[in-house]
Design a protein around this ligand. Sequence first.
Ligand SMILES: [Fe+2]
Length: 185
Amino acid sequence: MSRLRIFDHDDPAAPLSSTEDLAEIAARLKPIGVRFEQWQANAPVQPGASPEDVMAAYRADIDRLVAENGFNSVDVVSISPDNPAKDAARAKFLDEHYHKEDEVRFFVAGSGLFSLHVGDRVYEIRCEAGDLVGVPDGTTHWFDMGPEPSFIAIRFFTEADGWVGHFTGTDIARRFPRYEPGQAG
Ligand SMILES: [Fe+2]
């Protein structure tokens, strides 16, 4: 299930709060400018579906988000555990960084862990299929797809080169939990 845990940024051992309630997750993320919502496909998405078919299944929501935010491009990215480049893909955004445009992702299938560092808090969001998450530009964060990455995601971009990671050089991401799908709790 989707889950939000909030930590003090100096204490990765014990979350201050944890919830799997979707409305509560959205309400707790809204004050830090993070969009969190659920989309329903208007047609079944089969494994191996083309990017066009994936986007067609969520066309109404995609069009609404693009109209609201002025995104200029949308694409579909996927990774599976048999990808020979999975370790490099996982490593790419594992350390704390930010972007100069919003990082907006819809999880069509699979899951991943976004951790946002805002003030003295870390907001750890476990995103599952059906979740849309929008991280505002400038918000420091990291993303872990786990050791056996598996997801299909729709991505939204404003600038062709906007989604460059600017790394902060801190070690905070290494002190917080990594993504281990299937773990208890
Ligand atoms: Fe990022």
